[in-house]
Design a binder for this molecule. Sequence first.
Ligand SMILES: C[S@@+](CC[C@H](N)C(=O)[O-])C[C@H]1O[C@@H](n2cnc3c(N)ncnc32)[C@H](O)[C@@H]1O
Length: 266
Amino acid sequence: MGSIEAVVGALRGAGCVFAEEEAEVLAGSAGSAEELAAMLARRVAGVPLEHVVGWAEFRGLRIMVDEGVFVPRRRTELLVEQGVALAAPGAVIVDLCCGSAAVATALAVELPDAEVHAADVDPAAVRCARRNLEPRGGRVHAGDLDAALPPDLRGRVDLLFANAPYVPTAEVAFMPPEARDHEPLVALDGGADGLDLHRRIAALAPGWLRPGGLLLIETSRRQAPGTAAAMVAHGMGTALTSSAELDATVVIGVSAGASRPRRSST
Ligand SMILES: C[S@@+](CC[C@H](N)C(=O)[O-])C[C@H]1O[C@@H](n2cnc3c(N)ncnc32)[C@H](O)[C@@H]1O
């Protein structure tokens, strides 16, 4: 592959909307012309850019993303933004359905005094999460939702995060091929209305949160009422936050109990 222009042209020909930016990422990641050509061929064949280069940018960090692991999306940065705003010093944080642990890793970096745990059911995600989070001082657990968590976290979690699968089963087939063909079904399929995991997480959260602790779940604008209803059904008060810039929606549930102080912004 001769020039960056040729890379841009090949990407454009393959329908990549951000061909210039992608060409720069590929060129910056390849160690040689041969490697660049091999990477380009995979990208042109439809492999997600992040799987080709092995990392995704998230909150200014390079998060390693192995093949077969969900690629963290920009919109999920809203969870981190909210967590940073709401965490008190020394907060105990859990990221359920962590995937690559992008959320947990960003929180561990931005809240260095926090105790950060992450968990996922998929062994590939757990391996990837460990490489991202453990060097930043967090711990990664393997298993189905909260069955993965150490029992001594019970009742002392300040902030419980989840970007769990929330695509309704019938809509998975209409997702872009990059997701459909390269991300595992367990990372996408949220059940008939997309809210199966949200209901399970809302049910388990009160057992792990301390009184006044917060549950933050990424959802869609359309599904937000259902996500909030799941929390209300388990005794939580709810609030909705969204970002037009990130095209993101997060429902926040407050577990019953004493109100908690906000982190002071100095
Ligand atoms: C949409 S992906 C999000 C990953 C990560 N939170 C992120 O934002 O990049 C959902 C993740 O949930 C995990 N998952 C699905 N069902 C699960 C379950 N029952 N217990 C734990 N993790 C689960 C999948 O393996 C996948 O990594």
